[in-house]
Design a protein around this ligand. Structure first.
Ligand code: PEP
Length: 267
């Protein structure tokens, strides 16, 4: 069975609550005009078509989760968060937990984003704990991994990817891994306007699939989704998504504009 494509919007620390709601309204209008035949909404097919084959996930800031949840009701758009703590509750001022995100209507959570690693000192060990907490609470994890420019230029890309993948997935079993999506996000391509070429991305995706085959089995490695992130926009999405091992995109900057994001989704 072909893997479902997943397009996720990472808004980062952008958009007020009214701006978030207005984005969803505009996005729904933009995507409605799609000519793609498999876009359907079972509840209200004429009103809002969203693909049943593929998935769209919006990850707004925490403050907008509730209003975005209301705005996407009746559509097949899914809600995601950008981060969470690994503990379920307690004295962790300023943090949010997996049960709280479930409560807020999230189905997905982005974990291990390079901005979290760089600015908040998140290690693979911490990310591993977060993944376990997410899965325990029935949240699907979008696990981000990727090398820096320096690492790529010194030919360390594969070693870095292997290290991050093995450590972030430590003691995640064959059942649990099915609720994880891997996002390959070369750090040098994030927010820089310089995307990996489809061939560069495909090479790493194939390598990740090979690692997953060794860590788990061939079935798991063939079914798991590996999405690409790093300056994806409406112009380069088609070529990237056409690659055999690229199963979707994690989109930052271009996901802030409803028209651009709709065009990426329609791709
Ligand atoms: C991201 O933040 O995950 C990302 C890929 O950002 P951008 O699309 O802006 O490079």
């Amino acid at each position: 069975m072909p893997r479902k494509k997943l397009i996720a919007a990472n808004w980062k620390m952008n958009k007020s609550i009214p701006e978030s709601v207005s984005f969803i309204d505009n996005f729904k209008n933009s995507i409605k005009s799609t000519k793609i035949k498999d876009f359907r909404d079972t509840e209200n097919p004429k009103d809002f078509p969203v693909s049943s084959k593929n998935e769209i996930v919006i990850c707004p800031p925490f403050a907008s989760l509730n209003e975005v949840k209301k705005s996407i009701k009746g559509t097949k758009i899914k809600l995601g968060a950008q981060n969470m703590h690994f503990e379920e509750k307690g004295a962790f001022t300023g943090e949010i937990s997996a049960p709280m995100l479930r409560d807020a209507g999230c189905e997905y959570v982005i974990l291990g984003h390079s901005e979290r690693r760089a600015y908040f000192d998140e290690t693979d060990g911490i990310i591993n704990k977060k993944i376990k907490a997410a899965l325990k609470n029935k949240l699907k994890a979008i696990l981000c991994i990727g090398e820096t420019l320096e690492q790529r230029e010194s030919n360390e890309t594969k070693a870095v990817i292997k290290f991050q993948l093995e450590n972030c997935l430590r003691s995640i079993n064959n059942e649990e891994i099915k609720n994880i999506v891997i996002a390959y996000e070369p750090v040098w391509a994030i927010g820089t306007g310089k995307n990996a070429t489809p061939e560069q991305a495909e090479e790493v995706h194939l390598f990740i699939r090979g690692l997953l085959k060794k860590l788990y089995n061939v079935d798991i490695s063939e079914n798991i989704r590996i999405i690409y992130g790093g300056s994806v926009n409406e112009k380069n999405a088609k070529e990237l998504l056409a690659m055999k091992n690229i199963d979707g995109a994690l989109v930052g900057g271009a996901s802030l504009d409803p028209k651009s994001f709709a065009e990426i989704c329609n791709t």
